[in-house]
Design a protein around this ligand. Structure first.
Ligand SMILES: *Cc1c(COP(=O)(O)O)cnc(C)c1O
Length: 427
């Protein structure tokens, strides 16, 4: 065997998959089963004791999901992955694996609106406290450290503003304090940004977005970078202490550089239960096969639309890191040299009313709360996704009253621009 490592595009199609051993089916089948027959009593006992890897019950593992897990681990450059029911479930299981009641974590203020709710409100019931940090100055993360902080969470390209995060210095700060850096790579995908090459220890995805790519299934992924020492101190007790539900097994010691992914599966997924249906795993796998082609077109279209809007009389500003002169253009060239993705915001001179009017007037664009679809999507965050936030939180998250967010699809860009032009003209 040669040492040749296939390129990214090739791995989006082949990584983790092989013809089905039982049937020779070329495409990964949907293993639509709840459970799996044990070879014998000893086999069953070794599976339950984690002495052997194998299938027990689809809440915890499934062969279709396993192909998706191997593929995303390969594409991100991690050691192992876990597929779960949604992006939010992925975040929940990551923090469940890391934190105990009373623990804290730092998170960028520039996040998906749903993550701001999850971290700021729902996580309180678990006794986990988020400390918000303005990520534009990475040193703010260092300044925000207090006892009990056990993780840092950022988005590589932040929703909704098309902001690019300066990962290297944030990774260095995480390392200095010996806490994992968790990067939500949903908007970038591993085609555009490589978080593990910039200090990340855990990557999460909403596979609902560009990975699945067709707006047809909810799913989430957790990728273990295999590059964090969970046993260096006693901060991460799920990994470092004997586990009472596995007869005192020490997960960190036993599973080494895949122990985070294992713990998220055998504690988090087993006990909290947000498993991904194998049918959704199949659709997400199929989506990933065209990831590189789609993202190329998505980013080329987005850049053309952003340039067009920049010159439009009714547009006050455009925030897209792909534009020369944009505040984040330098960071985009460093971290996302192939392009700034397809999600960005712009401001309308007519403010809140113009934002509401624009989403009423578009015809090709769909007005909905999603991103990362082959279809072009539009939303006015202040009246929808970010409505539950305070005006100050909205402004900090880049979702003020005049802001419109686009997720530019892969239709012909002439049609995309024509639709925005007619909708703006009718304001
Ligand atoms: C959509 C999204 C999430 C949440 O994912 P779901 O699959 O909707 O649960 C998290 N982070 C980002 C950046 C997202 O866009």
């Amino acid at each position: 065997m040669s040492e040749h490592k296939p390129a990214f595009e090739t791995r989006t199609i082949h990584a983790g998959a092989a013809p089905d051993p039982a049937t020779n089916a070329r495409v990964t089948p949907i293993y639509q089963t709840a459970s799996y027959v044990f070879d014998d009593v000893d086999h069953a006992a070794s599976l339950f004791g984690l002495q052997a890897f194998g299938n027990i019950y689809t809440r915890i593992m499934n062969p279709t999901n396993a192909v998706l897990e191997s593929r995303i681990a390969d594409l991100e450059g991690g050691t192992a992955a876990l597929a779960v029911a949604s992006g939010h479930a992925a975040q929940f299981l990551v923090f469940h694996t890391l934190l105990s009641p009373g623990d804290k974590f730092l998170a960028s203020k520039k996040l998906y609106g749903g993550s701001i709710n999850q971290f700021g409100n729902s996580f309180k019931s678990f006794g986990w406290e988020v400390i918000w940090v303005d990520s534009d100055d990475p040193q703010n993360f260092d300044r925000a450290f207090v006892p009990g902080v056990k993780a840092i969470f950022v988005e590589s390209i932040a929703n909704p503003g098309g902001v690019v995060t300066d990962l290297d210095p944030i990774g260095a700060i995480a390392k200095k304090h010996h806490v994992p850096l968790i990067v939500d790579n949903t908007l970038a995908t591993p085609y555009l940004v490589r978080p593990f090459e910039h200090g990340a220890n855990i990557v999460v995805h909403s596979a609902t977005k560009f990975l699945g790519g067709h707006g047809n299934s909810i799913g989430g992924l957790i990728v273990d970078g295999g590059n964090f020492d969970w046993l260096a101190d006693d901060k991460f007790t799920q990994l470092s202490k004997p586990n009472p539900s596995y007869a005192g097994l020490e997960l960190g010691k036993t599973f080494g550089n895949i122990s985070f992914a294992i713990a998220a599966r055998v504690l988090g997924l087993r006990d909290l239960g947000p498993s991904l249906a194998p049918f959704n795993a199949f659709l997400i796998l199929t989506g990933i096969e065209t990831l590189a082609l789609r993202i190329e077109r998505h980013t080329a279209n987005a850049l053309a639309v952003a340039r067009h809007l920049q010159g439009h009389a009714k547009v006050a500003w455009v925030s897209y890191a792909g534009l020369e002169g944009d505040k984040y253009h330098g960071l985009q060239q460093k971290y996302a040299p192939k392009g700034a993705g397809a999600v960005f915001t712009f401001g309308l001179k007519g403010g809140y009313d113009a934002g509401v009017g624009l989403v009423k007037n578009v015809k090709l664009f769909s007005h909905l709360a999603n991103i990362g679809d082959v279809r072009s999507l539009i939303i006015h965050p202040a009246s929808t996704t970010h409505k539950q936030l305070t005006p100050a939180q909205r402004a900090a998250a880049g979702a003020g009253d005049d802001v419109v967010r686009l997720s530019v699809g892969i239709e012909n860009v002439v049609d995309i621009i024509a639709d925005l032009d007619q909708a703006l003209a009718a304001l």
